[in-house]
Design a protein around this ligand. Structure first.
Ligand code: HEM
Length: 135
């Protein structure tokens, strides 16, 4: 299960890093090209969704021995709150991606980029907390 958790981590947080580098590449493009490139790059979000699903399913199995002592593990509670934050930002990004696909690319791209930052930062913070707790 820890192996599935770590493969999910590679796919999930890897997607956030990939979007950060795609964003840097987009910033150097003309508006028209940037919109087209952004729409095509949304295909990568599927990898992120699969990674997050693997993390949550394996995580819920891995956490079973710790439920009883959860109240005395503040860092684990913080990790779970951040997992919730991450899941909400990914869900919102999915909603805005659908809106962008339907038409208003430029208008939704800014919101998606901000949500991308929240997702990447919470993903990194979760890894730091997980290693502090279990490493
Ligand atoms: C519902 C969601 C999650 C739960 C319940 C959960 C729970 C756990 C548990 C119990 C472990 C310890 C496994 C062990 O060694 O026995 C663990 C390890 C780990 N988790 Fe999660 N996790 C979740 C989501 C995530 C997410 C979203 C990330 C990253 C973005 C993440 C990153 C890690 C890492 C890096 C480790 C390995 C820490 C180490 O062994 O040093 N987890 N997780």
């Amino acid at each position: 299960m820890l192996m599935i958790h770590l493969l999910g981590l590679a796919m999930g947080v890897g997607t956030s890093f990939a979007f950060m580098f795609l964003g840097i590449a987009e910033s150097k493009m003309e508006k028209e090209e940037r919109m087209k490139f952004a729409l095509n790059s949304f295909a990568l979000s599927r990898m992120g969704h699969i990674g997050l699903t693997m993390l949550i399913i394996s995580g819920l199995y891995l956490i079973t021995p710790f439920w009883g002592s959860l109240a005395s593990m503040p860092l684990l509670i913080a990790k779970l709150i951040l997992v919730l934050t991450l899941s909400i930002s990914v869900s919102l990004a999915t909603v805005y991606t659908r809106k962008a696909r339907k038409g208003d690319v430029a208008g939704n791209l800014k919101t998606i980029a901000s949500l991308g930052k929240v997702t990447l930062l919470s993903g990194i913070a979760i890894v730091v907390l997980a290693v502090l707790i279990f490493g």
